[in-house]
Ligand binder design. Structure first.
Ligand SMILES: *Cc1c(COP(=O)(O)O)cnc(C)c1O
Length: 476
């Protein structure tokens, strides 16, 4: 199994060679040279597997044995997907299931992906990534300094995945006093020696610009081994494929049945994993792409026009983890849509990378053959959905999951199970939940009082020199 760039002009590499990097040298994203296929016999064998066995069955087909030997991969998976890590289950659920389902009514389910340490689905992939990073770095006698910017979710998931890992340091920039008290406490209460929280006197875009400036300094980047764990990382996508299988088996009893998934989407990473599961043979009928007011993806799946918006035209919404201007992983789907023709992808993105758009409405019929449909939500619909779900089923959902459920109901057909991915727990977005239900959402007991714990962080002005000096001092 080798990995190729979506733009067709980078050398083929192994899984562990692309694990620590970002974009391919030609500006594309890595994809497997071919999808492994799971047939009826495979699916039957996988049906009753626990999460770890299932993860191994899938990942071992995407990672060559001479790259990460099967026994090592098994050990990495076995220490990642355990009840101790994914323990924030709802009443009646088993932590050992890792991604249990909640039945709302006949043919309508939530797939709980937010039982990890930061209460969002990003923990599903990020925890595996932490263990994979440590394994590959140790094996090669290397280190990496992860530099990132966050407005909440990604940064905390990365820190909880990388804390205490050998060979890894994390430098995470966030806008000072602009995250919620809970999010700030989650990140800043980490006392690990390899985690550095930097509170920047500015907004999120300032943080991101600082990260970009450091990454564009090739000499500094090489000398200080600056790395990233952004949403285009293939390791994250691949880890997410597993729970589509798990969800499918949980709500069906025969491989003849098909299911639909509805996915609250921003950077297209989560639903891209669903697309890949489908390409590998999982019987998925529809993949419902649900966006918030930032509807660049919904626009594409309705019209065939992909038109990124730019950060100045991005709305700040009450489902903030889906507030994106462009969908970084979208190129992966277009690559498959264009039959893995890297030159065609290059052509389309030549315009996009210059701030432009593309129109492939002539391919919309073909897009449908991949199962994709879409819809968008907004604040009012989000509040309504949270209230209705609580009233009808006694289940409290967060704002992102509400967007997924809202759009799911527009596509649900009788007889086909619709699985809505729960991408965060409501406790993470207290203010919006109080607005919807008038009550503070339940919080896992072990996180009670997290705001009162001692915090470790450094305040910094918006300055590229300041962050470079800081990294130099800590690495020395
Ligand atoms: C990141 C995130 C999303 C969006 O996922 P993508 O992979 O970027 O499409 C949705 N909901 C929550 C809670 C998230 O943290």
């Amino acid at each position: 199994m080798k990995y190729l760039s979506t733009r067709g002009h980078s050398p083929a590499l192994s899984f562990s060679q692309i694990l620590l990097g970002g974009l391919a040298p030609d500006g594309g994203l890595y994809m497997p040279d071919k999808y492994p296929q799971f047939d009826d016999v495979d699916l039957t064998a996988m049906r009753d597997m626990n999460y770890r066995d299932l993860a191994f069955a899938i990942l071992s087909r995407l990672i060559a044995d001479d790259d990460i030997p099967a026994n090592d991969l098994r050990a990495i998976i076995d220490k990642t997907y355990i009840a101790e890590v994914y323990g924030f289950t709802r009443k009646g659920q088993q932590a050992e299931d890792i991604t249990p389902t909640v039945k709302l009514e006949d043919d309508l389910y939530l797939l709980s992906l937010s039982n990890g340490p930061t209460l969002a689905f990003k923990d599903m992939a990020m925890q595996l990534l932490g263990n994979l990073f440590e394994y590959v770095l140790t094996k090669n006698g290397e280190t990496t300094n992860i530099l990132g910017a966050t407005s909440g979710d990604t940064g905390s998931a990365a820190e909880y995945a990388m804390r205490g890992k050998k060979g890894v340091r994390v430098f995470m920039l966030s806008p000072h006093k602009k995250m919620s008290r809970f999010q700030t406490a989650q990140m800043f209460s980490l006392q690990d020696d390899n985690i550095f929280n930097i509170a920047v006197n500015g907004v999120f875009d300032d943080c991101q610009d600082m990260v970009k400036a450091v990454s564009n300094d090739a000499a500094f980047k090489a000398k200080y081994k600056i790395g990233a764990v952004n949403s285009i990382n293939w390791g994250r996508i691949v880890a997410q494929v597993v729970y589509y299988f798990k969800g499918y088996f949980a709500v069906t009893d025969s491989n003849d049945q098909k299911v639909d998934f509805s996915v609250p989407s921003g950077n297209f990473g989560n639903v891209c994993a669903g697309h890949i599961a489908r390409m590998m043979g999982l019987p998925i009928d529809k993949l419902v792409v649900a966006t918030n007011e930032n509807d660049v993806l919904d626009e594409f799946f309705r019209t065939g026009v992909y038109r990124p918006r730019g950060s100045a035209n991005t709305y700040h919404t009450s489902s903030p983890s889906m507030d994106i201007s462009k969908a970084s992983n979208f190129e992966r789907f277009i690559y498959d849509l264009l039959d893995q023709n890297g030159d065609k992808v290059r052509e389309l993105w030549a315009g996009v990378d210059q701030g432009g758009a593309f129109d492939i409405q002539q391919l919309l019929k073909k897009v449908r053959t991949f199962g994709f449909v879409s819809g968008s939500s907004n604040h009012e619909a989000r509040m309504k959905t949270i209230r209705a779900t609580n009233a009808k089923y006694g289940v409290v959902i967060d704002t992102h999951t509400a967007d997924g459920l809202k759009v799911a109901l527009e596509y649900k057909v009788k007889g086909t199970p619709m699985i809505v991915l729960e991408t965060a727990l409501p406790a993470k977005f207290e203010d919006a939940l109080v607005e919807a239900l008038g009550d503070v959402p339940p919080r896992p007991a072990s996180l009670d009082g997290i705001e009162d714990l001692p915090q470790k962080f450094t305040v910094m002005d918006v300055s590229v020199d300041a962050i470079k000096t800081f990294i130099q001092e800590k690495v020395a």
